[in-house]
Each structure stands twice: as C-alpha cells, then as structure tokens.
Design a protein around this ligand. Structure first.
Ligand code: F3S
Length: 77
C-alpha cells in the first residue's frame, strides 16, 4: 500500500501534482497541495489504480514535497 502526504512547508503551489494526478491532489485556499482522500494526513491507503498518476506527480514536483510511505504516516514501521 502507498500512503501520501504533501509537505506544505516546502510546497510552492506550483500546481504540477494536481495536473499529473487530479484524482489525488487538491489545493487549499493558499494554493498549497493536499491529498484529498485523508485530508493530507497520510493515513488512508491510495487506490492501486492511482499509482501511475502518483509517480508522475512525484517526478514532476520541483520541491520534493510529495511524501510517500508504505505504511501510514505517524505509525512506527
Ligand atoms: Fe506543491 Fe509540488 Fe504539488 S510544489 S503544488 S506539491 S507539484
């Protein structure tokens, strides 16, 4: 499984992730990206069929702000 979060401290609101993966990312009122399924908490597993879009977004983010883990964020692995 893949769990995804955006680090809003480093996101520069460039918008590439939402273009690559419109079903994963949305933007807050400041234009910073966030993961839709779990309000950017990294606790809900991403659907397998979105992995291609996820990896496109990862490649495209200029600041490396998209964080991906194999277990939920906040849990010890
Ligand atoms: Fe931010 Fe990177 Fe998306 S800078 S808007 S997380 S492509």
């Amino acid at each position: 499984a893949k769990y995804v979060m955006v680090d809003k401290d480093t996101c520069i609101a460039c918008g590439a992730c939402g273009a690559a993966a419109p079903e994963i990312f949305d933007y807050d009122e400041e234009g910073l990206s966030e993961v839709m399924i779990d309000h950017n908490t990294g606790t809900v597993a991403l659907a397998d069929e979105l992995y291609d879009d996820l990896f496109d977004a990862l490649d495209g983010c200029p600041t490396g702000s998209i964080l991906v883990e194999n277990c939920p964020f906040g849990e010890e692995s």
